[in-house]
Structure formats: C-alpha cells, structure tokens
Write a protein that binds this ligand. Sequence first.
Ligand SMILES: NC(=O)c1ccc[n+]([C@@H]2O[C@H](COP(=O)([O-])OP(=O)(O)OC[C@H]3O[C@@H](n4cnc5c(N)ncnc54)[C@H](OP(=O)(O)O)[C@@H]3O)[C@@H](O)[C@H]2O)c1
Length: 350
Amino acid sequence: MLPKNELFIRRTYDLSRLGVQNVRSNPTVGSIIVKNNLILSEGYYKKYGGKHAEVNAFENIHRSQLTDNDKLNVTLYVSLEPCCIVGKTPACTDLIKQNSVTNVVIGSIDKTPKVDGNGVTILKNAGIKTLTNIEQIDGDQIAKTRNVFAIKQRPYITLKWAESANGFITSFGEQTIISNAFSKRLVHKWRSEHDAILIGTETARIDNPQLNNRHYFGPSPIRIVFDRTLKLPTSLHIFNDNHPTWVITESNKEYDIQHNEAITYIRFKFDVALLQNLTDYLYQKDIGRLFVEGGAKTHDAFIEAGLFDEVRIIKSNHMLKGGIKAPEIHHSPDLTIKMANDKVSFFYIS
Ligand SMILES: NC(=O)c1ccc[n+]([C@@H]2O[C@H](COP(=O)([O-])OP(=O)(O)OC[C@H]3O[C@@H](n4cnc5c(N)ncnc54)[C@H](OP(=O)(O)O)[C@@H]3O)[C@@H](O)[C@H]2O)c1
C-alpha cells in the first residue's frame, strides 16, 4: 500500500482527469481536503474559466463536519501547484491562507511563468507546511499539456495515425479502414479531449470524414483543414453541418456554400513558416490541445518542424499490399530515446 501522501495525491490525479474535455488551455487539476486521514471533500477544475479545484474542494465541505478547532488541522492535497495570480478567478493561495489550512501537499509544479514555484513560496511564507513533487512523474504527465502551452506558447500537439502491420497508412488513392470498433471509439474519446483536430487537404478529399466525436460522450473539437486554393468540394461533410471548421488557405475568396457562417477562413502564406504561424495563431485563440489526424504529408510537416509532443499509433495486424508509407519519427529537437518511449505509444488492434 502507498504511504498516505502518495495515496491521497493519486486521488487528486483521478479527479483532475474528469476535467480533461472542458478546460481548453488551462490545466486539469484535482484537489481533496483531508482530516485525520479521512477525505472531507473533493473538487476538480471542471470548465475553462470556472472555479478552481481548490475552491470546489472547499465549497464541497459540509461545514457541519468541521468545528473551529478542526479548521486548524486540515491538509489540502492538490495535483498542481496552487495559483498565486488573480486571473479569471481569485488566487488560490489567498483562499488557502484564509481557510487556515495547516498542510498543503502538491503533485506537480505549474510552469506558468507567473506561478512556477511562487505559489509554494507564498504558502511557505505564510507558515503553511508545504510538500511538493509527490508522485511527481504522474503529476508532471498530467500537467504537461498546460506546461507546453505556457512555456512553448503553442498548443500541446498530438499526432495520431493508424498503420498496417507492414507500415502503410492507406492503399493508394482510396480510403482504407485500418481500425476496429474499439479503436474507433478510442479515437473519438481522444477527439473529445482535444480543442481542435487538423487534417490535410487529401485526407479531407479522399476520406470525407465528419471529424467529430460521435462514439464517446463529450464535446467535438473545432475542425481545421488545409485548403490552399479552396479546391475542396463543398459537398464534404466538414462543410455541411453547423459545427465550426477553420480553413487554412492562401485564397482571399470563400466557398459558395450554405453553412458558411460555421467556417472561419484563416489566411496564411503557404511557406516554410506556415505551421509556426498556425500554431502561434492557435495559441492566441487559446487552443490548448491540437489533435493531428493526418495524412502522411501533414504528419511529416509537423514532424519536420519539430512541432509535436506525443504520437499515438494504432497498429493493425493486417497487411496492405502497398500504398502511402506511415510517417517516420526521426527528427525532433527534444526527442531522445528516453522521451521516445514516453512520447510514442502503440495501440495494437487485431
Ligand atoms: N491511416 C491513417 O491514420 C490515415 C489518417 C489520415 C489520412 N489517411 C490517408 O492518407 C491519405 C492522404 O495522405 P496524404 O499524405 O496524401 O495527404 P494529406 O496529408 O491528407 O494532405 C496533404 C495536402 O495538404 C496540403 N497541405 C498544405 N500545407 C500543408 C502542410 N503544411 N502539411 C501538409 N499538407 C499540407 C497540400 O495540398 P496542396 O498541395 O493541394 O496544397 C498537401 O498535398 C488519404 O488516402 C487518407 O485516406 C490515413
């Protein structure tokens, strides 16, 4: 059995994951309040701009459970360092001080520049016993999407593709199904956990995907598609419902289409700076997580630019006779052998 700090901090990690579909560029955070080894209350960050996990944990305490004396003796566990800046909500360090918490146990440090250890310092200076980096590897893993956004000033980028046993993503020029019911649902879950989903022109044209989340609960991401000259047929699914689609184009024109109000035209030169300009734009728009679903040229462009944080590969045990080779990952500024294990996950299906 894990020691109690580790056990309780793990509960905050479980809680933090409940927010993953709705926090956008903010971190997922879970928090619990403990007294005499009993959990008095729990909270998590539910929604972008909403109350922080610690606030929800405090609000969920049944006040009848606490005498004044008790108040001096509670421990707050939180998956991520409490914020010390007044943003959309007040600083959590103030709340913790006001509630006479005696101990704070933290999973991971928030790398947002104005926080980054300052929350811990404020608590310690207020005389609150503060422990950091408990079960840190998992805590950092949960915090990483926010930390990439805060430090690199771009969304956390996940590349995902499915490949045959012999390494092809498709037969030439046609849609090839390399998935099963389980992996399809899993991919829809992943979609629900990202703010935007991006595909290349050829994938839009050949596969005609709906690019939404239909097989899991939760939201669908904003759809993003490259269409340099606006040559894609306007009959495609992505242009024919009211869900937002962002079209990356060089053209000053617009599609002649019924649901044009759902389409945002983002105009960039299609030069070497395209992906950097696009990810800068997505940062400005508070897109915290970007899910890239291919095809090969699109993945290659992100890999070549070193613009990715994680790769998820669905590997089938079926062979294809030929077609488009799956991307190879050999170039990334911070991809080391060790990180390759962390970053690249294979999901085997049969
Ligand atoms: N197995 C899987 O997981 C999976 C996933 C997705 C797709 N696919 C398959 O992959 C095939 C399409 O792959 P693909 O490699 O031929 O095409 P793609 O990556 O879908 O689209 C590539 C096209 O997008 C446009 N583009 C503009 N800027 C780009 C940039 N920075 N990066 C990438 N593309 C940019 C270019 O079109 P212009 O030159 O016209 O401007 C380029 O030729 C389809 O058959 C599809 O079924 C398989």
